[in-house]
Design a protein around this ligand. Structure first.
Ligand code: 26Q
Length: 803
């Protein structure tokens, strides 16, 4: 690497001049960043190559994580950090007279994902590499990432996010590993001379899948894994068939843009094309890779694990069958055994409207050979299940039902492992949503509670906190997160608690400055920073948060001289562009913000900040300054949540329903150090089943609710008549699908409790410390270790403590 700052400076200047033919001081921030990234990437290449060769030579078992989304964010700092060269680079850049933060921010935030699921995939890539586990990512190189969100008059407007505008220094295009993916046309089987059934195709649309590989750098290890993202192009030998640019559109559009929906299934043909494109290219390249191991086919599952991240890559199952049967000439039975042993599947949602089901005729005409295989998988499943479990269960679990292909059923039947992402979520899968499958395959089901990489979310995002932890308990926690619990011994140490409080305060001051810069809102850094950052969805109940803010506002208006703990409510959330209600909630909150922030009676007792364009980079700014973590989804709906873990690890106290991983947070941190409110998931189920819920009655009978709901429609909030009305109607007239009104009182109570506890700073800091101390189990390193030991059966290739 670099032995000194001097050496770094020399190499940096050379890299810059080689790239641009002028000196670095004449360049833009972007060019200065590109030179720095290029230099770092060059430094990686040797280890990257060595890792690939070692995996091949030792024929190690490799994991392939198939995901339609990866959400890594910016990579300069995390790569430099994991390589152990961040201090040298920071010093060198400063000596060159450049500003490191400006260079870092010149990198595009790679947002090839919607939210939790995509970010989880990227945390997992970081942990796989850091643990030295041979793990590869497989996804799509979308040209446009998740839309850029702007507010115009408080309304969300979506702009295209062309993240590739500047050069992407981390990727390498590997033409020699391109594959053809076939769509449409006709497919049939013909017998050849040896009696093999050979598939024949005609009139197919052939698309070239070109891989772009990105190094996944582990923390303090020399092992570097690979993230392979596929791009769709015209096959070179077919170029002459395309006479106009327009004719090439149907191919290029396959990898043009990420679908911005995260909780609603819309069955667009293009989406199905994306899914098969990514799956087919990935499986083909794995099969080619494993041929190099030169082992009999039956060893396939001992050398390869393919993970299906939600149902989006479920076509891995029939695609692997296709290749094993059509190209490797295995029998159905042999191919099926290999497929089930190789594949595993994670479920990320229990929302009905999010379940992926494709019309049979769409599947059949787009993927005729694949559909033949799906039909046979289904037929064999039905033949086996029917005599053992009877008609009801069989039709309920079949892949084909009501003219649709159920992608979840295909993933479950074709995998040896099915997991949920938090204890409660897995229980709901087993006892409710996937009950039929749990009866048939109890041994497949298991839980893997989500985790986050502390490297990005503590070490890098919160250096002051990291330093404090190092001072108190040493650096061991960085390799061995369990040591974080040593912090607990400082719970009565006033000096430590004050230091912790001071760090939080300084982080808040920084965020205050940033808020003033970008939003022009003046914030009192002594206020409580209350944060809800996640996609906007009715089940996540940002509108419950809004009702509480409104209630506070009305209380202050009633008595402007009241003594109340100042509070800043911070939101970050994108709504799916077609999700009208979510967009109305955004507009409503923005209007409440306008009202509250500009009312002289309110002063700094209450402020509302809704950040534009929430994403990984913004999260890194907000989370270290957060004091209250809003995790207020209706119990039973949020599979896990991961912002809850990031906020806890940064010392925020959680205000939560008993949902997703909140339950585990409560178990680890203890009841005294978390604020819990609301219905339990069992109560939600009962309330839904006995059909006695009457939100209108709550509106009529609860004065406080009545007042706050009326404020939505009586003109209290300027410029939000329509949106206030929409929320009012959903809550009062359409019986409040997510029981917002039912949980309202309890939520307000918990919020008032927070004010009381906060008034004793020492007490608050102690709880904050205990949250950090209890956050270790949510390290993605542990989660990945469990996946590796229990599902993938892969082996670490290094101690994780070298270099
Ligand atoms: C499906 C079909 C067509 C178009 C889009 C989609 C689609 C895309 C993304 C469906 C769902 C998603 C994303 C889901 C997601 O992020 N789920 C979250 O996953 C986290 C990681 O496990 C959990 O912590 C969250 O609870 C869960 O909501």
């Amino acid at each position: 690497m670099f032995n000194s700052t001097k050496e770094f400076i020399k190499e940096y200047k050379k890299t810059f001049e080689n790239l641009y033919a002028f000196t670095y001081d004449q360049g833009t921030n972007e060019q200065q960043y590109i030179a720095l990234g290029t230099l770092i990437k060059n430094k990686l290449s040797k280890n990257w190559q060595d890792t690939r060769e070692q995996y091949l030579n030792d024929k190690v078992k490799q994991v392939y994580y198939f995901s339609m989304e990866f959400l890594p964010g910016r990579q300069l700092k995390s790569n430099a950090y994991n390589m152990g060269i961040l201090p040298i680079i920071e010093a060198g850049v400063e000596e060159l007279g450049l500003n490191i933060d400006q260079l870092i921010e010149a990198e595009a935030d790679q947002a090839l994902g919607n939210g939790g699921l995509g970010r989880l995939a990227s945390c997992f890539m970081d942990s796989l590499a850091s643990l030295g586990i041979p793990g590869n990512g497989n996804g799509i190189r979308y040209q446009y990432g998740l839309f850029r969100q702007k507010f115009v008059d408080g309304y969300q407007v979506e702009l295209p996010e062309y993240w590739l505008r500047n050069q992407n220094v981390w990727e390498t295009r590997n033409d020699q590993s391109s594959y053809i993916v076939r769509f449409g046309g006709n497919a049939w089987l013909e017998m050849d001379h040896q009696g093999h059934l050979i598939p024949k195709y005609e009139d197919t649309l052939n698309v070239l899948a070109v891989p772009y590989d990105t190094p996944m750098v582990g923390y303090r290890t020399k092992k570097i894994n690979n993230l392979r993202l596929w791009s769709a192009e015209i096959p070179v030998e077919e170029e002459e068939n395309y006479r106009t640019i327009q004719e090439t559109e149907p191919i290029k559009e396959i990898t043009q843009v990420l679908y911005p929906d995260d909780s609603n299934f819309e069955g667009r043909l293009l989406r199905l094309k994306q899914e098969y494109f990514m799956v087919s290219a990935g499986v083909q390249s794995i099969v080619k890779q494993i041929r190099k191991y030169n082992l009999p086919r039956k060893y396939f599952p001992e050398k390869i694990a393919m993970h299906i991240n939600d149902t989006h890559p479920s076509l891995v199952v029939p695609e692997l069958m296709r290749i094993l049967i059509d190209e490797e000439h295995l029998s159905w039975e042999q191919a099926w055994e290999i497929t089930v042993k190789t594949c595993s599947y994670t479920n990320h949602t229990v929302l009905r409207e999010a379940l992926e089901r494709w019309p049979i005729d769409m599947m059949q005409s787009l993927l005729p050979r694949i559909y033949m295989i799906i039909e046979e998988i289904n037929q064999r499943f039905v033949e086996e299940t029917l005599p053992l479990y009877g008609e009801k269960l069989t039709w309920q679990t079949a892949i084909l039902q009501d003219g649709m292909v159920s992608m979840a059923h295909m993933a479950i039947i074709g995998s040896h492992s099915v997991n949920g992402v938090a204890q409660l979520h897995t229980e709901i899968l087993m006892n409710d949503v996937l009950k039929g499958f749990f009866t048939i395959y109890p041994e497949k089901f298991n839980n893997k509670t989500n985790g986050i990489t502390q490297r990005r979310w503590i070490h890098l995002a919160n250096p002051a906190l990291t330093q404090l932890i190092d001072e108190k308990i040493g650096e061991g926690w960085k390799q061995n997160p369990a040591e974080l619990k040593l912090l607990k011994s400082f719970e009565h140490d006033e000096e430590t608690l004050n230091e912790l409080g001071e760090i939080k305060y300084q982080n808040k001051v920084k965020l205050v400055k940033y808020i003033e810069e970008v939003q022009g809102i003046k914030i009192n850094p002594n206020a409580i920073f209350d944060v809800q950052i996640k996609r906007l969805h009715a089940y996540k109940r940002q509108h419950l948060n809004a009702l509480h803010i409104l209630d506070r506002y009305l209380r202050i208006k009633e008595n402007p001289s009241m003594d109340i703990q100042p509070r800043v409510f911070i939101f970050g959330a994108k709504a799916a562009p077609s999700y009208q209600y979510a967009k109305q909630i955004i507009k409503l909150i923005n209007s409440i913000a306008d009202l509250v922030n500009n009312d002289p009676d309110v002063g700094d007792k209450l402020k509302v900040v809704f950040f534009e364009n929430y994403g990984v980079s913004l999260a890194e700014k907000i989370i270290p300054a957060a004091e209250v973590s809003e995790q207020i989804s209706l119990a039973g709906k949020e599979a896990s949540g991961t912002s809850n873990m990031k906020l806890m690890a940064n010392g925020a106290l959680t205000l939560a329903t008993l949902d997703g991983a909140n339950i585990e947070i409560k178990e680890y941190v203890g009841d005294e150090n978390i604020f819990v409110f609301g219905l339990s998931s069992q109560e939600v189920t009962e309330l839904g089943e006995n059909q006695t819920y009457n939100s209108r009655y709550l509106y009529d009978s609860n004065d406080r609710l009545n007042r706050v709901l009326n404020a939505l429609v009586d003109g209290t909030i300027p410029n939000a008549q329509q949106e206030g009305g929409a929320v009012f109607d959903a809550l009062v007239h359409y019986n409040d699908e997510y029981f917002v009104l039912e949980d309202f009182d309890d939520y307000i109570k918990a919020q008032d409790e927070i004010d009381i506890v906060y008034s004793n700073k020492n007490e608050w800091n102690k709880k904050s410390l205990l949250n950090i101390a209890a956050s270790a189990p949510f390290s993605a390193d542990y989660t990945i270790k469990k996946y590796t030991d229990e599902i993938w059966k892969a082996k670490p290739q290094c101690s994780g403590k070298e270099g």
